[in-house]
Ligand binder design. Structure first.
Ligand SMILES: Cc1ncc(COP(=O)(O)OP(=O)(O)O)c(N)n1
Ligand SMILES: Cc1ncsc1CCOP(=O)(O)O
Ligand SMILES: [Mg+2]
Length: 493
């Protein structure tokens, strides 16, 4: 059996078990990650109060780090409560010397859930100057962001300004946990900013006071996903859903607010947030949906780079197909698009045009298929207005929520397995994630793509997808008619 990845939490102990190291370890375990801990301080704490805080000695702090480094190397490190400015400086120096390649998540814990300060001004100053510049992600709540950036955070604009200050300090990304953003009314939003991406995740505010430990648990869930190799934006989306499930299962324990529950990454789609892009070229979330496809199950979906093969496949009864040309003059590509559109009409099939949305618009194609980068360039309003269907590629949780927010005609989920057909930036997603993605997509038609052949097609279909897209399975087969027949038996037409 393969060993679980290791993540470290460097934080304070909460004797009440709801937050701090205790919550961190529960959240990391829930994501299948082995947690190691460096205890910065003991807190005598229950659901109502913190009565005593005692920092561990500098020698003990250093010894824990060295002991773990020697034998249990981390794939991600999360810091929570740090008790002294000396601990922060020591950690920043040790990290730079010994751990520099490991993603560092800094949760700048300032105040306990019961309202008592857990870090003095000096500690927060030191976090700002020494740790934030090293961080792959900083995860302040609204109050912590206000302290770190030195101004009130009382609107989306002020929040973004504060997050940008932390990015300027050197943090690669900032997630502001907006559970306390009162201006959001009955919504609870988390806000993510990096140099590449900015978005907010909107959840309905849950009517519970039992939220002790949500900040620690959220940061630790993200660190666990990073340890598993997820991109930071995918980690954030999963942790957000984990906390939504945790809040809905939270129970009272003690006289004060009970702890957030530790479940596992939830499957029910309602735990996954609505994503709203905050980038300047964000699509209008209030725009209507794209023209739907006329079936929930698009069936076998070959992707081809020439009209001869496209024509042959249509003749064999294929009903969904894509023209994906990556080379050639614009003149030749436009001619191929025009011919593919006509062939689609003749066979009454759904012909999608990859990338070349202007030609698709001009020749009135059935639909367009676009990747996430293509979405930035394309005139989505024009595609929508013209009634063309839109398929969107996704390669993880963030891209899936981003695509769903556009309300396209289908989402493609991939790449499921390794494939030599296309150089992929993402990792193979595998069957477990595929099943999870189809659950999150709910009623949206789905297409699985990447590395799919007749040997694995039935398992792919069992994940709940309505369609299977293939390149090599139709370009490299011996008998095309038999191949189409066999795939159709698995996934339909
Ligand atoms: C059905 C389907 N799924 C995914 C892709 C990939 O599209 P994209 O991300 O735009 O990458 P390129 O195909 O342009 O390399 C697809 N074409 N079809
Ligand atoms: C276009 C594309 N997008 C994601 S994987 C892929 C190629 C799939 O090719 P194959 O079916 O040969 O693995
Ligand atoms: Mg593309």
């Amino acid at each position: 059996m393969s060993q679980p990845p290791i993540a470290w939490t460097i934080a304070g102990s909460d004797s009440g078990g709801g937050a701090g190291i205790q919550a961190d370890m529960a959240a990391m375990r829930a994501f299948g990650v082995h947690p190691c801990s460096v205890v910065s301080a003991l807190t005598a704490q229950n659901s109502q109060t913190v009565t005593c805080i005692e920092a561990v000695s500098p020698a003990m702090f250093a010894a824990q780090l060295e002991c773990l480094h020697a034998d249990l190397p981390a794939r991600a490190i999360k810091t929570g409560m740090l008790a002294t400015a000396g601990q922060v400086s020591y950690l920043a120096d040790y990290y730079t010397r010994c751990l520099g390649d490991v993603p560092l998540l800094v949760d700048p814990v300032a105040v306990s859930a019961s309202g008592q300060p857990l870090a003095g001004e000096q500690v927060l100053d030191r976090i700002r100057s020494h740790l934030i510049p090293l961080a792959a992600l900083v995860t302040p709540n609204i109050a912590e962001l206000a302290i770190l950036c030195g101004h009130a955070v009382d609107s989306d604009e002020r929040l973004q300004q504060g997050a940008e200050q932390l990015l300027r300090l050197g943090a690669k990304a900032v997630l502001v946990k907006g559970g306390h953003a009162v201006w959001q009314g009955d919504q609870a939003c988390d806000y993510f900013f990096s140099s590449q991406l900015s978005f907010k995740l909107i959840q309905p505010r849950q009517p519970t006071v039992h939220s002790h430990g949500t900040g620690c648990s959220m940061a630790s869930a993200i660190a666990a996903c990073l340890a598993r190799g997820d991109l930071v934006e995918d980690a954030v989306v999963q942790a957000n859903a984990y906390i939504a499930a945790g809040l809905s299962h939270a129970q009272p324990l003690g006289q004060g607010p009970g702890p957030v529950a530790h479940t596992q990454l939830p499957s029910p789609p309602h735990y996954f947030a609505k994503l709203v892009s905050l980038s300047p070229r964000a699509s209008d979330v209030h725009s209507p949906a794209f023209e739907p496809v006329d079936t929930d199950n698009l069936g076998l979906y070959p992707i081809v780079d020439n009209t001869a093969l496209l024509s042959e496949l249509l003749r064999l009864g294929v009903q969904t197909i894509q023209l994906r040309i990556k080379e050639g003059s614009q003149l030749k590509i436009e001619a191929a698009v025009a011919e593919a559109v006509l062939l689609g009409r003749r066979y009454q099939a759904r012909v999608f045009i990859n990338d070349y949305w202007q030609f698709a618009l001009k020749h009135k194609a059935y639909g367009v298929h676009l990747g996430q980068e293509d979405l930035q360039m394309a005139d989505l309003q024009a595609i929508r207005r013209a009634g063309l269907r839109l398929g969107v590629s996704t390669h993880g949780y963030y891209e899936l929520l981003n695509a769903l927010a556009l309300r396209p005609s289908y989402v493609a989920l991939g790449h499921v397995f390794a494939t030599p057909t296309k150089a992929m930036k993402s990792s193979p997603q595998g069957l477990q994630r595929l099943a999870h993605y189809t659950a999150i997509a709910e009623d949206m038609p789905t297409v699985a793509v990447g590395g799919i052949n007749l040997d694995n097609a039935a398992k792919v279909k069992a994940c709940g997808v309505g369609s299977i897209a293939v390149v090599r399975a139709v370009t490299d087969c011996i008998n095309l008619a038999k191949q189409v027949e066999a795939f159709t038996d698995v996934i339909g037409r």
